[in-house]
Design a protein around this ligand. Structure first.
Ligand code: KG4
Ligand code: ZN
Length: 365
């Protein structure tokens, strides 16, 4: 089965053409055109600009995906599209393109939830191939599908979402907790802005934090001990704001901060986020007696979060499988949408006629 997947929920125009044969996955093409540079000067994603750039990039990205895949277009069996959630002006461009392809190629459309993509990114494992000299190497175009053991708990941490999702069955999701205000990635981006870092701030905070002292500032850990599995990051961001403003009278010149001060703030802030995420995840994993814990979304690229969660699982719930997506599958991409679509197709879910598919900014799992 060959799936062409399109993803335009935020600021990446992405197309992947992927072949599935039982549990073997061959990436025929996987193209991502990032708009990060264009949005960086505004300190965040500007929806109208994202929409214009998706419109400009959609056909060139599709053309490159087809060229790279070197297949006859009629060999494609399904068109998969991110229906939501995300920025509506951005989603609409991808949905429009997917509908046009579905109509012109006369192939069904599979409408996918973006967060389902972040979850299913964890089903992909790189194939290891033996070279002639018997050195093992990872094959970048070939993956295998490996289903984690159910029940599964997924911690989705992205720029738009922070959710704990319980999967007791395939394609079945229960949101057991989520943020009541800012998403974790959003908090990373806002704190980065306070420190004068560029957008997206997550990777820059992580880099700065490596040189800082995580115990220097004892920032609040909002809702860490609340009885539910919800999160809140807005108060933490405000705590950082007060600390930073208190230290520098001229708000317009954050570069006046010393490097040590910036790195200590970054490390202390990052640790506060990690503590809350880990504490809630372990608590939920115990209560729901899950067999696997998965990380997903842009913030899952954070090595410190990956490492500390792994250490805590090994210490507190050692028989639980722990998975993180391959680094190229942490932030937005179309490959994860193709994988989620494959499972939806097998489960006979969300296969639509092009006429009935609409973008939905607030789509829930
Ligand atoms: O999943 P994603 O690409 O887009 C959404 O679905 O929102 O996530 C983007 C978010 C941004 O907020 C970005 O700052 C954050 O992921 N991010 C990170 C790291 N890499 C990306 N946050 C912390 N550490 C990172 N290494
Ligand atoms: Zn995402």
């Amino acid at each position: 089965m060959i799936i062409l997947a399109i993803e335009t929920s935020c600021d990446e125009t992405a197309v992947a053409i992927v072949e599935f044969k039982k549990n073997k996955v061959k990436i025929l093409s996987d193209i991502i055109s990032s708009q990060v540079k264009a949005h960086s000067k505004y300190g965040g994603v500007v929806p109208a600009l994202a929409s214009r750039m998706h419109l400009k990039n959609m056909v060139p990205v599709l053309r490159r995906a087809f060229q790279k895949a070197e297949i006859d277009r009629n060999k494609i069996d399904y068109i998969a599209i991110t229906k939501g959630p995300g920025l509506i002006p951005a989603l609409m461009i991808g949905v429009g393109a997917a509908k046009a392809l579905s109509y012109s190629l006369n192939k069904p459309l599979v409408a996918i939830n973006h967060l389902e993509g972040h979850i299913y990114a964890n089903w992909l494992k790189k194939s290891v191939k033996l070279k002639v000299c018997k050195v093992k190497s990872q094959d970048k175009n070939n993956y295998e599908l490996q289903k984690p053991e159910l029940p599964i708990l997924c911690l989705i941490v992205s720029g738009g979402h922070t959710q704990l999702v319980l999967m007791k069955k395939d394609l079945n999701y229960k949101i057991i907790g989520e943020t009541v205000d800012d998403a974790a990635g959003e908090a990373f981006d806002k704190v980065a802005k306070l420190l004068g870092f560029a957008y997206p701030g997550g990777p820059l905070i992580e880099k700065a934090a490596k040189k800082g002292d995580r115990n220097k500032f004892n920032f609040t850990r909002p809702m860490m001990n609340s009885k539910n599995y919800n999160f809140s990051f807005s108060g933490l961001k405000t705590a950082v704001l007060y600390e930073v403003r208190g230290n520098c009278r001229d708000e317009a010149m954050p570069r006046l901060y010393s490097e040590q001060y910036q790195t200590d703030i970054a490390a202390s802030f990052q640790q506060a986020v990690i503590d809350v995420l880990i504490s809630k995840t372990i608590k939920a994993a115990r209560e729901y007696k899950v067999k696997s814990i998965l990380l997903g979304g842009g913030v899952s690229a954070n090595k410190e979060l990956q490492k500390q969660l792994e250490e805590t699982i090994n210490k507190k719930i050692p028989n639980t499988e722990y998975r993180i997506p391959n680094i190229n599958l942490t932030t937005d991409n179309a490959l994860m949408i193709a994988v989620a679509a494959y499972y939806n197709i097998i489960g006979k879910k969300n296969i639509k006629d092009w006429k009935s598919v609409k973008a939905d900014a607030n789509l829930r799992l």
